[in-house]
Write a protein that binds this ligand. Structure first.
Ligand code: CP
Length: 315
């Protein structure tokens, strides 16, 4: 039976069973990336357009690698290399791409809701690779996949998400994903970075980082979006931020002895966490990146109509 969704626009649309299915299918594709020849014919003849209207290293590279490993034909468009630079609207861009009959459109855009808008107008499946401060579903799925591969069960798993929650699509998608899987999610950050309504999503608010970290299985720091600040204000803000909300070795003593440190990247070293924490033995930050390829291979497979029941290592 095919996956129940034409597009992946957000975690909000997924049931617990959908999320478990995606994680299970990702296991198969994880193994392919460990082979000497990392390529299968699964998506031969399928065309994927990567429309990245905001900068990206991890998400874009891992989608491109996932497409190549699945033998799909991938095409990359960015604002500087497309007619968006000449003023073409997002809808016109998408309709013109649709006229070339791609199968999947992977999209990152600064405007919340833009993948949902395109999904209504085009036949191709749309995968949201991050829309404004709204959702980053593939990040949340790869984070959950990483936790599971590290031996963490989700039932009553304690996860602390720290930092700029208000502007973070990663936080929103992770809260939705982890609570659906049965985890307890704590959020902690400056009050100015905690938007109203977080409790309604299922998270518990903490003011003090030491309290938020006490006994957690996972400490996930988020990027402080420095591009929103400038000059002296930046220095003062980041110093103060690091003092109150930065992960350092002393603070890590509060998490469980086998607790994990995560970060979606890119990291501001010395701000969200000290370098010895980012590179330390609790950190699974680079494992998150490795998981990203497997999870995106699984999503491309499912969005192209692949059955979760018939995926095999020979796919
Ligand atoms: N985690 C993440 O989305 O990173 P990029 O912005 O580099 O894709």
């Amino acid at each position: 039976m095919a996956f129940a969704h034409k597009s992946l626009l957000g975690i909000a649309q997924l049931s617990t069973e959908d999320i478990i299915t995606i994680l299970n299918v990702s296991e198969t594709f994880y193994e392919i990336s460990e082979r000497r020849i990392k390529k299968v014919p699964t998506l031969r003849g399928k065309t994927v357009v990567n429309l990245f209207m905001e900068p990206s290293t991890r998400t874009r590279a891992s989608f491109e690698i996932a497409e190549k490993r699945l033998s799909a034909d991938g095409l990359n468009l960015s604002p500087s290399t497309s007619s968006v630079k000449k003023g073409e609207t997002l809808l016109d861009t998408a309709l013109n791409l649709q006229a070339m009959h791609p199968d999947i459109l992977v999209m990152r855009h600064r405007a919340a809701g833009s993948p949902h808008f395109l999904d209504k107008h085009i036949d191709a499946a749309v995968i949201n690779a991050g829309d404004g401060a709204h959702e980053h579903p593939t990040q949340a799925l790869l984070d959950a996949f990483t936790m599971r591969r590290q031996g963490k069960g989700f039932h009553r798993l304690e996860v602390a998400i720290i930092g700029d929650i208000a502007h973070s699509r990663v936080a929103r998608s992770n809260i939705l994903c982890l609570t659906r899987l049965g985890a307890n999610v704590r959020v902690c950050g400056p009050r100015t970075m905690l938007q109203p309504g977080l409790e309604k999503l299922g998270a518990t608010l903490y003011d003090r980082l030491d309290d938020a970290l006490e006994g957690v299985d996972v400490a996930m720091a988020l990027r402080v979006q420095m591009e929103r600040f400038g000059g002296d204000a930046l220095l003062a803000t980041t110093r103060e931020y690091s003092r109150q909300f930065g992960l350092n070795r002393k603070r890590l003593e509060r998490i469980k002895p086998d607790g994990l440190v995560m970060h979606p990247g890119p990291i501001n070293r010395g701000v969200e966490m000290d370098p010895d924490v980012a590179d330390g033995d609790r950190s699974v930050i680079l494992e998150q990146v490795t998981s990203g390829v497997a999870v995106r291979m699984a999503l491309l497979y499912l969005m192209a109509g692949g059955s979760p029941d018939s995926v095999t290592k020979e796919s």
